[in-house]
Design a protein around this ligand. Structure first.
Ligand code: AHG
Ligand code: MN
Ligand code: MN
Ligand code: MN
Length: 324
């Protein structure tokens, strides 16, 4: 079986990028160890802090962020990092070439109930004339990402990675190596599975309400199929399911806070997942435009998300057409 480094080298990936991804995995292995220890290490529960997103931080949000921040900033290739858990970007090496953006722990509301969580990451090149401390340096479209991926901490720890030419999955072995277990992941174009937090239904736009209402009518309704529903409340787990067997995942705009165009964050969640989905022949949209085409104007900006099986996402978009 091929290790992650062997696979990337074989793919002729830039050696600096291989080094960077290896460093990211050093951090993710440390996070995996802390997660596995759970209550034994006293890492469960919440802190008294609120992050810049307005969320109460879990202890493990802080631990995962600190691990990633320290390990990545120690790598001389890193010009700076930006994180869901940091108010502002943090500068790294002045000579560094890359910017690393991460959601240290995704799905952290699941921590205390021992359900799957993950780490999401996005890698950009530092634009000329800017430093890793400049927020502007990070405000690049999703298409500019040189790599993105996540590590799902589930029954096994799985890295899902794209460097811009397909999507591959690597499982963490007891030796500490990530070994190639799924090559050229492709999302089926059609599906009978959807994933959305139904408790927010009354807050959605009528277009999304109509789309989901039609799915719920099953084989008797306009879609002519019986749909199944799943909601883990960890985007990493939902995207992993979509990449593995197809489906549509959405966290749409809702009117609970009209100033926020969705719950999920463009830079930490939308863009890295959007690149993986597109690279696996799926579709990633806000319901009105491709996520990867958005010109970001704020490092913590939110985005509405509908992603997954190409034909199903296209159907969802048809309900929204004409409402731009
Ligand atoms: P995070 O834990 O990084 O803040 O992200 C949580 C996100 C995402 O993982 C998930 O899809 C969604 O929030 C769950 O939201 P609900 O609590 O509304 O189900
Ligand atoms: Mn959070
Ligand atoms: Mn998240
Ligand atoms: Mn998070």
């Amino acid at each position: 079986m091929q290790t992650l480094s062997q696979f990337l080298t074989h793919q002729k990936t830039d050696t600096n990028l291989v080094d960077l991804i290896d460093t990211l995995m050093v951090a993710c292995k440390e996070i995996a160890i802390q997660l596995r220890e759970g209550a034994l290490a006293g890492v469960l529960g919440t802190t008294e802090n609120t992050n810049v997103q307005g969320e109460t931080q879990k202890k493990l949000d802080v631990i995962a962020n600190d691990v990633l921040k320290k390990v990545m900033l120690d790598n001389p290739l890193v010009a700076g990092i930006a994180s869901e858990e940091e108010d502002h970007p943090v500068a790294g090496n002045e000579e560094g070439r890359y910017l690393i953006i991460f959601d240290p722990l995704d799905g952290s509301s699941n921590i205390d109930v021992n359900v799957s969580v993950g780490t999401i990451f996005s890698i950009l090149e530092l634009p000329k004339g800017l430093t890793g401390a400049d927020e502007k340096a990070y405000l690049q479209t999703g298409r500019a990402q040189v790599a993105s991926g996540y590590v799902l901490y589930g029954p096994s720890a799985v890295l899902t990675l794209t460097t811009g030419s397909g999507v591959n999955m690597f499982t963490l072995a007891h030796t500490g190596d990530f070994l190639l277990t799924e090559e050229n992941v492709t999302i089926p174009a059609d599906t009978k599975e959807f994933s959305i937090n139904m408790s927010n239904q009354r807050f959605w736009e009528p277009q999304m309400q109509n789309y989901i209402a039609d799915l719920l009518q099953g084989s008797e309704g306009p879609r002519g199929k019986n749909y199944n529903m799943r909601w883990v409340a960890s985007m990493v787990a939902e995207v992993h399911r979509v990449l593995t067997r197809g489906g549509i995942f959405s966290y749409p705009w809702d009117n609970r806070d009209p100033n926020k165009p969705g719950k999920l964050r463009l830079m930490y969640e939308g863009n890295p997942m959007g690149l993986l989905i597109e690279q696996a022949s799926g579709k990633a949209s806000t319901c009105y435009e491709n996520i990867l085409d958005i010109e970001p104007d704020h490092i913590h900006q939110r985005v509405s998300v509908a992603l997954g099986s190409r034909n199903e996402v296209t159907s969802a978009l048809e309900y929204h057409a004409g409402n731009e």
